[in-house]
Design a protein around this ligand. Structure first.
Ligand SMILES: Nc1ncnc2c1ncn2[C@@H]1O[C@H](COP(=O)(O)OP(=O)(O)OP(=O)(O)O)[C@@H](O)[C@H]1O
Length: 888
């Protein structure tokens, strides 16, 4: 009997004849449960009925009736208890009243197929709330089709003509109603001689076979093809479609994380049923961020597994990462945009390029409604309350309908009313709006929080102890009882206790408590470094460049005070060189005397240009660091991002330079141009280049600092350095040292170009004292070649700075992968032994270390069965589950 539920193992229960009747034997990882207790075996005599739940106290209930051998085979009576996921959201307390029964002394053996299960009509198991068995046809499991959690999630498409095309638009044979699917996404060919092949049609989000992205791949009857949230399996000459409705379990098993030799996380094991809200709390430094990184796959654990619907998240990350939504602590929103604008740009970046504006708008409208933001849709983000801002950040993530939503400190900085509102929203999101609502599915939400006041909104609470140990995992009311508190307000004392007590001790205490439910016998396996994955980018780089440029422009135009400032800036800066008196212009004086005013005016012009360019850009990346980090994980292109900054800032800076140069120079330009024919234009070009290259310095600085306030000292320091190195204030053209350093300053080259136009070698000595004694600066020669060289080198500096900025931008990107792989792997292997099984007594061993691991674990290497064995869970047999693999 196949039972479609993520809690149910591939081989869960064995029904075998015994001397007195029938034995119901647990074969599973998550156990069988009767009356709230975990049991290993039940004996049934003729006429007896056993009601067991599979995989947990809230798992699907199976009623097994041992009918007397001479009785006719009639369907068993319908059980009255529906599967637990159909019951109200609050999960029951696992084994609260009585400690869970110990597991059998011997670890479970793999089920022997076939002969052990006699096909007898006398034993009638029935999934509670489901039709009786017997109607099974082909590979389609009637229990699955009748399962209330997947009613519309399963369709069968005949493959006629040997080819079937899948995609978002209606002209496909199989229409995939998912914005993550491209219009024409993939073709599936059924070969006449047998066998099938899937071909990706250059889709934005890719076609996956068994979790791996493919261009063209053979597909067997057991393989799972994934397109967006939709999954397909071949069943003869039909294609069976499942939809990831979010109704899938999530589990972490024996997660261990090291940083060098320091272990940050110890045997973290817990399991969440579908549509749960988990609150992760713990004192500062307990390992909450480490856990979040491990669960999201941003920084995978060094040992252990994270499973989503039974699938290994790390192994199939390329596909499964698209189901993860992550809301960082800092809202990744541009404050100047309205909620709708922020979401529309977010949708443009997140959905394939071939989605239409209407499709995106309608999805944006849906999430605005789901998050209760309708009244605020046209309000700028800067005017939203903290809670509304957080809901907007969540809405941004919900655009792609993630089935797992992680939130990092969503309530930090919020007052209690907003805190409560956000937690209520998360609870609603986890449960979904129910059938018929826009958000009918729900999803699993994991929220890391410092705020404990509204933890009762969660289904489960995970309390971490410093060192990454589990101090408690279970329902929230159980947490209060376990820690002896009446109210979550008193939980601050719990944190103090956790800080004062070694993590190992807290974990051991929890393991000995009635709240501890031993989980699977799983040896933590040391993982190899994950392979580098291709970007999740949805659109081409030029398309992203266009989106980002428009968004940046809108952000700037929406900020009126900033606009006024950038308009006034060149006017005021232009006045500075203007007020320097130069009654005789900037050229050589009529009497042949040097013109000291020329140097002063030109130096001030260059200084102001450098200052203006750098001031324009120096905060522009650092101030939206959080947005950049988040958007990189959803496929933002670095060149597109940098390109959008450069396009807009170049436009602004150039306009400013034109105004500023005209104010500073009109009426007193150098006498004779060297290249272009217009001295004013030559000066303008040199000034614009000085400003633009300085703008690039500003962008570089902006990637290097972690806080916008820190940019100011750099702005002052670098502008002053440029003044000195320009060569207009002191001689930098002779000697060794200063001369070479000056070559690194854009002001040096831009000023040299101005000096070349104005022939400052002859016209502009600052005073009589330099005449005849100061060396001529060869970069100032009044020749076309010198001017062109000065401009070319300044431009080359700009290109180098652009490259450096692009490199340093990587520093602020989220790290996905394993830093220090060698050291980590070495220590992991030392702790676990080469086979990956923990050696008793080592820090990684279940008994002394973390909770969640059976206290009396098997000796090293003595684990005969592990669900992590390849192929143990995935891919599923056709017709076995709701959508692909479920449970062990
Ligand atoms: N790369 C690293 N190298 C060494 N120790 C680290 C590293 N990263 C984190 N840690 C340590 O691991 C522990 C857990 O850090 P983590 O940031 O996960 O805690 P947290 O519970 O999120 O803290 P907070 O609530 O203050 O954000 C801390 O003691 C931290 O100093």
């Amino acid at each position: 009997m196949a039972i479609s539920d993520s809690k149910v193992s591939r081989q869960h229960v064995l029904l075998a004849p015994s001397a007195s009747g029938w034995r119901v034997v647990d074969q599973s990882a998550n156990g069988i449960w009767q009356d709230g207790r975990r049991i290993t075996e039940v004996e049934l005599r003729a006429g007896e009925v056993a009601r067991i739940r599979l995989g947990g106290v809230d798992g699907p209930e199976v009623v097994i009736t041992a009918v007397p051998a001479d009785a006719p085979a009639t369907p068993a009576p319908r059980a009255v208890t529906p599967p637990a996921r159909a019951t109200p959201a609050r999960a029951p307390r696992p084994a609260a009243a009585t400690p869970p029964a110990p597991r059998a002394a011997q670890p479970p053996q793999p089920a022997q197929p076939g002969p052990q299960i006699p096909p007898t009509p006398q034993l009638l198991p029935v999934l509670a709330g489901q039709p009786a068995p017997g109607a099974r046809t082909g590979t389609i499991d009637p229990a699955t089709t009748a399962n209330p959690s997947v009613p519309a999630a399963r369709k069968v498409h005949p493959i006629s003509g040997g080819r079937i095309r899948l995609g978002r638009s209606r002209d496909n044979d199989v229409s995939v109603p998912d914005l993550l699917a491209s219009r024409h996404h993939a073709d599936l060919f059924l070969h006449p001689g047998g066998g099938a092949e899937v071909v990706d049609l250059e889709s934005a989000n890719g076609t996956f076979v068994n979790g791996q992205r493919v261009q063209r791949a053979p597909v067997g009857q057991r393989d799972v093809i994934a397109i967006g949230h939709h999954l397909y399996q071949l069943d003869g000459a039909t294609l069976v479609e499942y939809r990831d409705s979010g109704d899938v379990a999530f589990e972490a098993t024996s997660l261990n994380v090291w940083a060098g030799t320091k272990q940050l996380m110890h045997d973290m094991t817990f399991r969440l049923p579908a549509r749960s809200l988990l609150g992760v709390v713990g004192p500062s430094g307990a390992g909450k961020s480490t856990l979040l990184n491990a669960l999201t796959g941003f920084r995978p654990a060094d040992a252990g597994t994270v499973r989503y619907a039974g699938r290994d998240l790390y192994d199939e990350y390329d596909e499964l990462r698209r189901r993860i939504g992550y809301v960082p602590q800092a809202d990744p929103l541009h404050a100047q945009l309205t909620v709708r604008q922020a979401l529309e740009y977010g949708a443009e970046l997140r959905f394939p390029a071939d989605t239409t504006k209407d499709e995106r708008r309608s999805r944006v409208q849906e999430v605005i409604g789901e998050l209760g933001l309708t009244q605020h849709a046209d309000t700028p983000v800067s005017r939203l309350s903290g809670g509304q801002k957080k809901r907007t950040s969540v809405a941004l993530e919900l655009l792609t309908r993630p089935s797992l939503l992680f939130l990092d400190e969503p309530t930090s900085g919020l007052d209690p009313a907003n805190d409560q509102a956000v937690m209520d929203t998360l609870r609603t999101l986890a449960k979904g709006g129910g059938a018929g609502s826009a958000d009918e599915q729900g999803r699993t939400c994991i929220v890391v929080t410092h705020s404990v006041l509204f933890l009762d909104r969660c289904d489960y609470v995970l309390v971490l102890s410093p060192g990454g140990f589990i101090a408690y995992f279970g329902p929230p009311d159980g947490a209060l009882t376990y820690f002896g508190k009446r109210d979550f307000k008193d939980f601050v004392d719990v944190f103090r206790e956790l800080e004062a007590t070694p993590g190992e001790q807290m974990a051991a205490r929890f393991r000995d408590s009635e709240y501890y439910v031993p989980s699977a016998m799983v040896a933590p396996s040391v993982r190899t470094a994950p392979p580098a994955l291709p970007s999740i980018r949805q659109q081409s780089v030029p398309k992203q460049l266009s989106t980002l440029t428009r968004r940046y422009l809108k952000v700037i135009l929406a900020d009126k005070s900033y606009l006024r400032l950038i308009a006034a800036f060149p006017v005021f800066l232009g006045i500075i060189p203007r007020v320097i008196p130069a009654p005789n212009g900037l050229g050589v004086l009529a009497n042949g005397r040097p013109n000291g005013d020329a140097t002063k005016v030109l130096v001030v012009l260059i200084l102001c240009a450098c200052f203006m360019g750098m001031a324009n850009s120096v905060r522009e990346i650092v101030k939206e660091r959080d947005i950049y980090r988040r958007e990189r994980t959803i496929g933002l292109s670095r060149p597109a991002y940098l390109g959008s900054k450069i396009i807009i800032l170049t436009g602004i800076t150039t306009l400013q330079c034109i105004i500023f140069t005209l104010i500073g120079l009109v009426g007193r330009t150098p006498e004779e141009a060297v290249v272009i024919g217009s001295p004013l234009l030559e000066c303008l070009i040199a000034i614009v280049i000085a400003a633009l290259v300085s703008m690039m310095i500003g962008l570089l600085v902006s990637t290097l600092v972690d806080n916008a306030d820190k940019t100011m000292p750099f702005l002052v320091l670098i502008t002053m350095a440029q003044l000195v190195l320009s060569g207009g204030l002191i001689t930098v053209s002779d000697g060794v040292g200063l001369q070479q350093v000056s070559w690194l300053a854009p002001a040096r080259w831009a000023f040299a170009a101005l000096a070349s136009t104005d022939d400052l070698n002859n016209a502009g000595k600052l005073g009589d004292e330099r005449i005849g004694t100061a060396p001529r600066d060869t970069l100032w020669n009044h020749t076309a070649g010198t001017w062109a060289l000065d401009i070319a080198v300044a431009l080359a500096l700009g290109v180098i700075l652009l490259y450096l900025t692009s490199v340093t931008l990587r520093r602020i990107e989220p790290k996905v992968g394993r830093p220090a792989a060698a050291g980590v792997a070495a220590s992991a292997v030392a702790a676990y032994g080469p086979a990956g099984a923990p050696a008793p007594g080592t820090p990684g061993h279940g008994a002394p270390a973390g909770a969640g691991y059976p206290p009396a674990g098997p000796p090293s290497g003595a684990i005969p069965w592990s669900p992590q064995q390849p192929g143990a869970q995935y891919p599923p047999a056709p017709g076995q589950g709701s959508w692909g693999p479920s449970g062990r």
